[in-house]
Design a binder for this molecule. Structure first.
Ligand SMILES: [Zn+2]
Length: 218
């Protein structure tokens, strides 16, 4: 790794996950070796970042299309467990759906309770968890299927994390600047998967959702 890239990576909170594990400061995810973490890290760096294959299909999604009058309506429905947020699940559903709805296209959350014998690997159902650790940012663990929200959390971050539940990856770019000989971290302020503060859901997101989740005809 070029020294400039190494400096950039170490100084960037986005990649810290890998470093604390590679340095042995935190235990490895169950069943994983250092080599696995290394591989994931390199893949992440090399992705840089827009690898289409990095979309993660949510297997609870069904995509239906209907026509009302002359209007075509698309609904992406998925199962989620409200977990720690079950007492405000109605409000949470409303907020997230409102953020992701786009014209005649809408997202519909179906709250379910996971069976105790089930696992994310089996059912693909994400669960919302409240994370009370101080100084953390909200994040989604796509390995265990948890949406970890810190407090306080803005609606933009919840909508961003929900984007991961739908399958999107973060849309950040690592760019080499030849003039300053440095890597920099760039984001697109208008994109919810890039900037949770002020970012929005756009045609591009919905185009991807439609491609990833083909319409099911009843
Ligand atoms: Zn993210």
């Amino acid at each position: 790794m070029k020294p400039a890239l190494k400096d950039f990576v170490i100084g960037n909170p986005f990649y810290r996950w890998y470093f604390v594990r590679l340095n042995g400061e935190k235990s490895l995810p169950e069943g994983q070796t250092i080599a696995d973490v290394h591989k994931r890290f390199l893949k992440r760096i090399l992705l840089d970042d827009h690898d289409l294959n990095s979309f993660m299909i949510n297997k609870t999604v069904t995509h239906t299309r209907s026509t009302k009058d002359t209007q075509v309506e698309d609904v992406i429905q998925l199962k989620v467990e409200a977990g720690d947020f079950s007492s405000i699940n109605i409000e949470l559903k409303e907020m997230v759906e409102k953020f992701w709805n786009h014209g005649s296209k809408s997202v519909s959350i179906e709250w379910v309770e996971k069976e105790s014998s089930s696992s994310f690997e089996k059912d693909g159902i994400f669960s919302f968890l409240l994370n009370l650790e101080v100084g953390r940012r909200s994040w989604v663990n796509t390995g265990t299927g948890t949406v970890n929200l810190v407090q306080p959390t803005r609606i933009g971050s919840i909508a961003h994390e929900f984007g991961h539940v739908l399958g999107f990856v973060d849309n950040y770019h690592t760019t080499w600047n030849a003039q300053t000989c440095k890597y920099s971290f760039e984001s697109l302020p208008s994109d919810i998967m890039s900037e949770s503060f002020g970012g929005k859901v756009s045609d591009t997101h919905w185009k991807e959702l439609e491609e990833r989740y083909p319409v099911v005809t009843p």
